[in-house]
Design a protein around this ligand. Structure first.
Ligand SMILES: Nc1ncnc2c1ncn2[C@@H]1O[C@H](COP(=O)(O)OP(=O)(O)OP(=O)(O)O)[C@@H](O)[C@H]1O
Length: 264
């Protein structure tokens, strides 16, 4: 008699949503922001989350970041501490650029010399080498977002203690939408370079279909309130007419989602 041993191939997924719901308030006045959301992000994957205004994108990121708790379903997190990059850089104005990047390392108890070296390395990565002693008001909007990105990478890079061996996950909430078109275009390219260099998974929220298709490997469309996953597209490596075709198709689906909500 032969025994069969089944070896389970477990793919590490930094985050997995199982039928997640989130309601604010109670009873008749409750606002259901998310309903039955099933979503996962693989290690190193770049996922863009798209949806109309108010469909629950920020709520979803807040749940992953642990800033809020679901009211239904379950979220499995298998990543080092996720960090969020917001629309506004939200830097500490009294700290230098390097001091801001060092902050999460300081809070994690990383010794001074080590965190200085790490901050310098990350500022190089976001092409701000040599500007570590500048304060936020001395930097442009695009530069401040680069500092915010370096700070988030410092936070997710913590691979010690309970985080050892876990994949990193970066959460980005419309990080470039307050920037001018040229700076946005440059930073999108920079983000792709940094994503490839670091291998971190990214969950990126945007309103902009073009941005989602340019950056993401997968685009996930949420319905209008309550937010649910309506459709997903594999957009990895698209270029030329295939990229334009994907943008048109996703734009049409987004418009449909928005108009069905408006008619409700
Ligand atoms: N703390 C809260 N209390 C009550 N309602 C909330 C709260 N936070 C969010 N909401 C509601 O939940 C819904 C989803 O909000 P959320 O900010 O997640 O949407 P969004 O898709 O990120 O919107 P936008 O694209 O405009 O930033 C909205 O109707 C919002 O008013």
């Amino acid at each position: 008699m032969t025994a069969t041993v089944e070896v389970e191939q477990t793919v590490v997924r930094p985050v997995q949503f199982h039928q997640v719901g989130k309601a604010f308030g109670h009873g008749r006045n409750a606002v259901v922001a998310l309903e039955q959301v099933d979503l996962d992000v693989a290690a190193g994957e770049f996922v863009c989350l798209l949806g109309a205004s108010g469909c629950g994108k920020t709520t979803l990121l807040n749940l992953v970041a642990g800033l809020d708790k679901p009211t239904a379903g379950r979220i499995e997190l298998h990543s080092s501490r996720p960090a969020v990059v917001f629309q506004e850089a939200a830097l500490m104005p009294w700290l230098t650029a390097a001091g801001n990047v060092e902050l999460p390392l300081r809070m994690a108890g990383v010794p001074k010399a080590e965190r200085r070296a790490k901050a310098a390395e990350l500022l190089e990565l976001v092409r701000l080498g040599g500007l570590g002693d500048k304060r936020p008001h001395e930097l442009s909007g695009g530069m401040r977002q680069r500092v915010a990105l370096a700070r988030a990478l410092a936070s997710t890079d913590d691979n010690t203690g309970a985080n050892a061996g876990k994949p990193s996950l970066l959460l980005m909430d419309e990080p470039f939408s307050a920037l001018d078109a040229i700076t946005r275009d440059v930073l999108q390219g920079e983000l792709l370079r940094i994503w490839r260099a670091t291998g971190t998974a990214i969950l990126f929220v945007t309103h902009d279909v073009r941005e989602a298709v340019r950056l993401g490997q997968r685009v996930v469309l949420l319905s209008s309130r309550p937010g649910r996953v309506v459709r997903q597209w594999d957009v990895d490596g698209l270029s030329g007419s295939a990229e334009v075709g994907a943008v048109d198709e996703i734009n049409a689906a987004l418009r449909k989602v928005i108009s069905s909500h408006a008619a409700a």
